[in-house]
Design a protein around this ligand. Sequence first.
Ligand code: DC
Length: 219
Amino acid sequence: MKLTKLPYLIAIDGPAGSGKGTIAKLISKKLDLNYLDSGAIYRIIALAATRENLRSEQAQELVSLVKKINMRFESEEIFLNEEVVTNEIRASEISQYSSEIAAHLPLRAEILSFQRAFYKGNGLVAEGRDMTTIVFPEADLKIYLDASPQERAKRRYKQLIVKGNNVNMSDLTSEIEARDKRDIERKVSPLKVADEAKILNTDDLTIDQTVNKILSFIT
Ligand code: DC
């Protein structure tokens, strides 16, 4: 598929386990666009913060920490300074912690320009919680990707098991519910459906069907 407008910007938001990562990555490859996994940024910060023994409510210290660390995405790997942390940031404690620190406005403000810098070249597919609303309100296409909590827990379970993480379904379901609640109810940049966003429930869609549906929205 060829884009008629360049650069092109696609923003995808949705709750944990809705398939945003897989779908956004595939679309970015198909359209030759950059890819931003914004959740990974919160996860890298969460990992760095736990290593420094910071508590999730220490907003100022978290901001200072962000100024100090180097976050990098290189092909399929994610780096905290010079260390590959691709798998470590998917641990369940990091999921919860990242959702907690994501409630701080100064922290979100600190990483705003870092996120926006991914929009370059041919354009970008960005996924997270506030891509359509705060980080890229000018996006050419906005998608809200959803799925039932049961389906999302099942998908996350499969993903984590394949990567060798030790998880069980009931812990995962509670973790997803807790994160949904926090990410939706927080005052700062909560997860919500942007005005112009197309809502896509993927419970009964395969990955390919979801990708094709999104591509069909591109005019
Ligand atoms: O997408 P994810 O599950 O990897 O995100 C981890 C946490 O980071 C999520 O629970 C909330 C936070 N997050 C956010 O607040 N805003 C984003 N754009 C992306 C993630």
